[in-house]
Design a protein. Structure first.
Lengths: 226, 294
């Protein structure tokens, strides 16, 4: 599903080699952790998948499609197949939880029964009762779950999560991890970038380890070690 | 409901929300645009009336040939009547010319009795098209027995010069006023884009198309143009009626434009212009500030 071939990403302005010659493939239905120290290149890797940026060298492809060659008109179609949970969750503060979801649904061109779809997604993360709450009225963990619901509301085949349990206590982290695992069991490919050792150790899955932009380990039955 | 309609009504509701939500900026933009459009409308109406006066003046234009003592009046009259440009020609003897002059200027009546009639015999002609005046004049001057020709074109030429000058001023005005209206829209939409940057970013990341993101801003520009046009016409139409009602008693000889169809066209054009400025302004803003940054 996702394929990186000798991918190097250099940020010219800051002369940062965020990724160096990274090579891997993730199949349909997999659950994969991307781990590494802060600054190792995890967010950059996800940005390449979402095509918020293109590699300096090498090829990133999804479903066989080279993302560097994607025409502008095709970019929205790519992104509609990807649910993304951001490190800073990016909920819109002026919209309620449910409205944040319908807002995203509308933007993807969805039509009909949007409120129902939003409610279903909120139910999935256990927050149906908070549908009218604004982000500021939610705890961090709840905000994170709304962000996950927003990523899932369009039923994407691929879910990317950047630090989905950042700042959360272990119990809440575990709940979120179980939630993501359920999503994965239902067929969605899940990729989680995290530097949380506890998370990776709590539920064993394939783990890619980045160190200073290099892929130093690709371990089928994971566990955290740098 | 069809999908396209759904998306459009969503974009419309977003645009309306933006106009209302930032109503102070909206009012400022509409004010600026209304000001520009009102001046433009006033100017168009003045030009329109001036043209009408000019047309009236030209249609009343006569060519007068002064004849020498020995001229063969009836042959000359037959000659000019044979010309296709000439609609009407009439001979006016010097006695009648003097009588007309005295009738126009009664103070001359005493002098007229004291001296010999100094006026020549004349031929007066009305032309089908005032533009042919100079052609006819040249031909007249070559006829035997014609001492001189007067065609009243001096007045027309002065008028033409004025209206030409007005046209130049008009073009400059249009450019200046439309640019100011355009900048008002561009600025307003840029502010709207900036205010919604977070939303736009989320829309992009979840896969909104370029048109989906742009539509509300284009509609907002369109709405601002439409509202400015409405306010402008609401001011200009009664204003114009008031002005000609006031001026008609004082300038009874001026044929003010009252043709509803013509005035309707001017109003329609103005409205179209306002909407176009709104659309173009927002399109400029959108292409400047909504570039895909990836
Ligand atoms: N837009 C950018 N422009 C320039 N440099 C960048 C940019 N984004 C990231 N970097 C640099 O690239 C390197 C990798 O950053 P990245 O955000 O991918 O790390 P990360 O593994 O996600 O870290 P963290 O765990 O702190 O989120 C860092 O050195 C960072 O400074
Ligand atoms: Mg990161």
């Amino acid at each position: 599903m996702i394929e990186f071939k000798h991918v190097t990403k250099t940020y010219a302005r800051t002369h940062t080699h965020a990724l160096r010659n990274v090579d891997f493939a993730i199949g349909k239905g997999e659950f994969v952790y991307i781990t590494g120290h802060s600054g190792a290149g995890k967010s950059t890797l996800l940005a390449l998948v979402l095509r918020r940026t293109v590699p300096t060298e090498g090829v990133v492809s999804i479903a066989g499609q080279d993302l560097s060659r994607l025409r502008d008109g095709q970019l929205p179609l790519l992104r509609r197949r990807i649910g993304m949970v951001f490190q800073d969750h990016r909920l819109l503060p002026k919209l309620s939880a449910a409205d944040n979801l319908t807002f995203a649904l509308r933007a993807t061109g969805a039509h009909g029964q949007l409120e129902q779809k939003a409610l279903n997604a909120l139910r999935l993360v256990g927050l149906a009762h908070k549908r009218k709450a604004f982000p500021i009225e939610l705890s961090l963990g709840e905000q994170q779950r709304v962000a996950i619901a927003r990523a899932l509301v369009t039923n994407p085949p691929l879910l990317l999560c950047d630090e989905p349990t950042g700042n959360l206590d272990p119990d809440t982290s575990w709940e979120i991890l179980e939630l993501l695992n359920d999503v994965n069991i239902k067929g969605t490919t899940v990729v989680i970038a995290t530097h949380s050792r506890d998370l990776v150790d709590a539920m064993k899955h394939r783990t890619l380890v980045l160190r200073n932009g290099e892929l130093v380990r690709d371990d089928d039955r994971g566990g955290y070690s740098l | 409901m069809p999908r396209g309609w759904d998306a459009l009504s969503y974009a419309l509701s977003q645009a309306l929300r933006a106009v209302r939500g930032n109503w102070i900026a909206s009012v400022a933009t509409i004010t600026t645009m209304t000001l520009s459009l009102t001046i433009l409308a006033g100017f168009s109406l003045v030009s329109l009336n001036l043209n009408q006066v000019l047309a009236a003046l030209q249609s009343e234009l006569e060519v007068t040939a002064y004849l020498s003592e020995r001229a063969d009046r009836s042959r000359l009259l037959d000659t000019v009547r044979g010309w296709p440009e000439v609609v009407r020609a009439e001979f006016i003897g010097k006695d009648r010319a003097l009588a007309e002059l005295v009738a126009d200027l009664p103070s001359l009546s005493v002098a007229a009795g004291l001296v010999d009639n100094p006026l020549p015999d004349t031929l007066r002609m009305r032309l089908a098209d005032p533009a042919q005046t100079s052609v006819v004049r040249v031909r007249l001057e070559q006829l035997p027995g014609v001492d001189g020709v007067e065609d009243g074109s001096d007045a027309v030429n002065t008028f033409l010069a004025v209206s030409e000058a007005l046209r130049v001023v008009g073009v400059i005005l249009i450019v200046v006023l439309l640019s100011s209206a355009l900048f008002a829209i561009v600025n307003s939409i840029r502010a709207a884009i900036t205010a919604r940057e977070d939303e736009i970013e989320v829309q992009r990341l979840v896969g909104a198309t370029r048109n989906f993101i742009r539509a509300p801003f284009l509609i907002e520009g369109f709405l601002l143009g439409l509202m400015s046009a409405t306010v402008t016409l609401g001011l200009v139409i009664p204003g114009y009626q008031l002005v000609i009602a006031r001026l008609t008693p004082q300038l009874p000889f001026v044929p003010f434009v009252r043709d509803a169809a013509l005035l309707g066209q001017v109003a329609g054009l103005l409205g179209l212009l306002a909407v176009l400025v709104g659309l173009v302004g927002s399109a400029i803003s959108v292409s400047q500030h909504l570039r895909e940054r990836n």
